[in-house]
Design a binder for this molecule. Structure first.
Ligand code: GLN
Length: 477
């Protein structure tokens, strides 16, 4: 570590609004150059929302309405309830992004939430989350640790920690999460529920505080695939407020189409299984072997994930650092921030985004800047090569199934280094890079802990991914 490196790290940190001690800067520089990143920060509960602050056992909810808001009592989601991750705008409820640095009471509700209200859902309030959607465990929200209702010694998963815990505890039927590298699927898998990362750009993202716009998606968590499918069907489709949203919808005529799996070919891809622990790989294989009872043929398929785990960590951190240095202005695939959300972001940056975010963002941001963008370009190239291999796999099969997490849901306080992140997000993040739909379903258990499988289909074939996920649900233990 040279003095020049340290001076450069200080410049980068200040440019991004981080006011850090010399010793922390040195520590972060060390992890940047060693390619290892610690993620440790203690969380203290605080802050009141508009409406009132929920007081649920899991600490899953933040600001909630006094009574659930219902716009219509007819529609495909009538009679069900909703919590919304706290980085998606709901008019009249304080939004925090899980950080004490960020606060705004939006005047408009995000189109994704609006569409669920149109479909008859009852809106309960906001769900706790990891600060700015970073972190796969649910331990670092400024508003306190989220407890996993399945087992308090196991992490709830993140970053949509509150969304998953609220659904798993039965507090709500549906929760919205956001998934940039696995943040819907990871907590869904940890809490033993269904989570959908839709195709990139299928669900409009306006009213959401971006993390890495080329990877970001909004998706539902629910206790079964039919409910999650109703939510996706309601939310899919373009909205003029998000210029990146695609002119696509879910292709289903009726929900009965979900049962239509006979004749599909599902690939069992090599590296996602090889990189999983034996117990998880074997547990998932036992369930995929049963898919033939539904008329689905399963075949082994070559799919090398390459170095997509590292590529994801670079792309995610670099894009977030651009957002920070631009004071919340999104470019490229940015979703068109509302001015009030952008101002709240700029104010948060002014206050400092906190140590948890600094530890995650600064090492790759430092490498991005000091290499003149070469590390970002290399990560993108890695992603493009992966997409070419994925396309070849989809020439042979309709969809893929693999373990969602490579390991059992982790125990609390055990995921601290960059190396610890990889088994948690290594099978999920590649499909954010590829933009494909990916649906996680609990299929079996190990010593009482959920084991989940993920169904992946080509981009915009979300209906196919959901059909395979529903097949997994039908043959699950
Ligand atoms: N939990 C993963 C991470 O920390 C994914 C983040 C996300 O999808 N927002 O990177």
């Amino acid at each position: 570590m040279t003095d020049a490196d340290l001076a450069e790290m200080r410049t980068q940190a200040e440019r991004l609004g981080f006011n850090l001690s010399e010793s922390l800067l040195e520590e972060i520089l060390e992890t940047a150059t060693a390619g290892d990143s610690e993620a440790t920060e203690t969380a203290t509960p605080s802050a009141e929302g508009v409406g009132h602050r929920a007081d649920d056992d899991e600490n899953a909810l933040l600001a909630v309405f006094d009574e659930p808001r219902v716009r219509t009592d007819s529609g495909p989601l009538a009679g069900t309830t909703l919590a919304v991750k706290d980085n998606i705008a709901v008019a009249d409820l304080e939004m925090t992004c899980g950080s004490r640095a960020y606060s705004v009471v939006p005047s408009e509700t995000a189109p994704s939430v609006d569409r669920l209200l149109e479909a008859g859902i009852g809106l309960v309030g906001k769900a706790n989350m990891e600060p700015f959607a970073m972190g796969p465990t649910g331990e670092f929200s400024d508003f306190g640790h989220v407890t996993n209702p399945v087992d308090p010694d196991i992490v709830a998963g993140g970053s949509s920690s509150g969304s998953a815990a609220a659904v798993a505890a039965g507090t709500v039927d549906v929760a919205l999460g956001t998934d940039t590298g696995g943040s819907v699927r990871i907590p869904a898998a940890c809490c033993g529920i269904v989570g959908v990362k839709p195709s990139h750009r299928l669900v409009p993202r306006n009213g959401f505080v971006d993390f890495a716009p080329s990877l970001d998606t909004i998706g539902p968590l629910a206790r079964d695939v039919p409910t999650a499918t109703r939510a996706i069907a309601a939310m899919a489709g373009p909205d003029p407020r998000d210029p990146t949203s695609a002119d696509r919808s879910l292709e289903f005529e009726t929900l009965d189409d979900l049962d239509d799996a006979d004749g599909l070919t599902v690939g069992i891809p090599e590296t996602p299984f090889e990189r999983s622990s034996d117990e998880v790989a074997d547990a998932v294989r036992t369930v995929t072997d049963r898919l033939s009872t539904l008329g689905i043929e399963t075949v082994p398929v070559e799919l090398d994930l390459g170095d997509t785990e590292a590529a994801y960590l670079n792309i995610g951190a670099a894009e977030f650092s651009w957002l920070v240095s631009g004071n919340g202005v999104t470019r490229g695939q940015g979703t068109g921030y509302d001015e009030e959300l952008r101002q709240a972001f700029a104010a948060a940056r002014e206050d400092g985004l906190g140590e948890h975010v600094a530890r995650r963002i600064l090492p790759p941001a430092f490498l991005d800047m000091t290499s003149g963008g070469a590390t970002y370009a290399a990560a993108r190239a890695e992603g493009i090569e992966f997409m070419t291999r994925l396309k070849a796999a989809f020439d042979a099969v309709d969809a893929l199934v693999m373990p969602t997490l490579r390991v059992r849901p982790p125990a609390v306080e055990t995921v601290t280094t960059r190396a610890d992140l990889i088994p948690v997000l290594g099978n999920t993040a590649p499909f954010n890079i590829a933009g494909t739909p990916a649906v996680t379903v609990p299929v079996t258990s190990l010593d009482g802990l959920p084991v989940s499988a993920q169904a992946v289909a080509p981009q915009f074939e979300d209906g196919l991914a959901l059909r395979v996920a529903h097949a997994l649900e039908r043959v699950a233990d």
